[in-house]
Design a protein around this ligand. Structure first.
Ligand code: NAP
Length: 345
């Protein structure tokens, strides 16, 4: 009988994300005798939600496969493998994998929700403290070799303590939870929004509500942090009207997906001085076009979608999840991080 096949299509062009030799070895060592592990060596993309064109090697390898592990999965790969039963995405966002055959079929889809929580939470803290301590202003002055205390010592100085801030986190999952615990540890009161508020407030949140509470929460929030997936319900969530509900000098942080925010309205609110600043790792169009006004705004901390990068942290966490889930799969037990295909995350 032909062995059961698991395909690892994880040779990311970005070295930080690429399957390490040690992780490949660990998967091989975990394989029972009736399984074969096929590692695709052709490069693949780890960008976005896994909508990359598949390599010929991956297309060939997946044909007799039962399990596929990649940075998402494309439709051509999916339909080439009639025996596929489980797809694991080493990325967290799965929008690119929700094509009709996946949505309507029985193949289980798991993702890497939560895997990026720690580095992204540290990124969010870094960005918030940077703005709240006025380091954006200091950096400008340093560039100009200018010693000037005025912006720091005037009564209207844009400085505040994170512990005094009212923080709203939209998305109380893997990312939101890690952010909440850290921000709460520094004294801030953290409210959260989640799709299923009936499941309660995870550690770090003093309360959670559903997305319908957003309009009521925004005027009470000095900081809004977006950590929810991009789904039909969250698209354009921070619209022009909602940005206008924020109190003066609020800070917007987006580490989720660019399309959650009306970027043009955000630019206007920043340029007009209504907002204190923004910390942005994701954009409606990536790479962010050179013409975007965001590039030139000192009160914006802007990074090229790299907030989860953690050279030492990613593969140990990913491997733990993958090996545990593969064991569960073989034993017919429920998988961790199972995507609710209809909910879109
Ligand atoms: N910047 C990056 O490179 C990067 C890296 C990783 C992830 N991300 C993005 O961040 C997203 C979240 O990642 P994660 O690991 O935290 O995923 P997760 O653990 O699945 O958490 C998602 C959270 O969003 C909430 N949510 C879903 N739909 C919602 C809605 N309509 N209204 C309010 N809340 C909603 C969920 O609510 P429930 O808890 O009630 O289900 C959950 O709390 C990913 O989908 C991805 O797009 C970006």
């Amino acid at each position: 009988m032909a062995p059961r096949r698991i395909v690892l299509d994880l040779n990311a062009r970005s070295p930080n994300w690429a399957l390490t030799p040690a992780a490949a070895r660990a998967v091989r060592e975990a394989a029972p005798p009736d399984w074969e592990v096929v590692v695709v060596s052709a490069p693949t993309s780890s960008d976005g939600d896994g909508a990359a064109t598949p390599s010929d090697e991956a297309l060939e390898a997946i044909r007799p496969a039962e399990v596929y592990v990649g940075f998402g999965i494309t439709r051509p790969l999916f339909v080439a493998a009639p025996g596929l039963r489980w797809v694991h995405s080493a990325a967290a966002g799965v929008r690119g994998a929700l094509f009709p055959e996946m949505l309507d079929g029985p193949v289980q889809l798991t993702n890497s929700a939560g895997v990026h929580g720690v580095p992204i939470a540290e990124y969010v803290l870094a960005g918030l403290l940077f703005l709240m301590r006025g380091l954006d202003i200091a950096r400008e002055q340093q560039r100009d070799r200018r010693w000037d205390k005025r912006r720091f010592v005037e009564m209207a100085a844009p400085l505040r303590e994170l512990g005094d801030a009212r923080v709203l986190i939209v998305g109380a999952g893997g990312l939101g939870g890690e952010v909440a615990r850290r921000v709460a540890a520094l004294g801030a009161r953290v409210a959260g929004l989640r799709r299923r508020p009936e499941l309660g407030a995870p550690p770090g949140f003093w309360r959670v509500a559903g997305l319908d509470a957003l309009d009521a929460e925004l005027p009470e929030s000095d900081v809004v942090i977006l950590t929810a997936p991009l789904t039909p319900d969250t698209e354009n969530l921070l619209s022009r009207e909602r940005l206008a509900l924020l109190p003066a000098a609020a800070i917007v942080v987006n580490v989720a997906r660019g399309s959650l925010v009306d970027e043009a309205a955000l630019v206007e609110a920043l340029a007009g001085g209504r907002l204190r600043g923004a910390v942005l790792d994701v954009f409606r169009e990536e790479p962010l076009p050179a013409a975007s006004p965001l590039w030139g705004m000192p009160q914006v901390v802007l990074t090229p979608h790299v907030s989860p990068v953690s050279p030492g942290g990613f593969w140990p966490r990913q491997l733990d999840l993958l090996l545990d889930n593969w064991r569960r799969y073989r034993e017919g037990r429920p998988l961790r991080n199972l995507v609710d295909k209809r909910a879109g995350y």
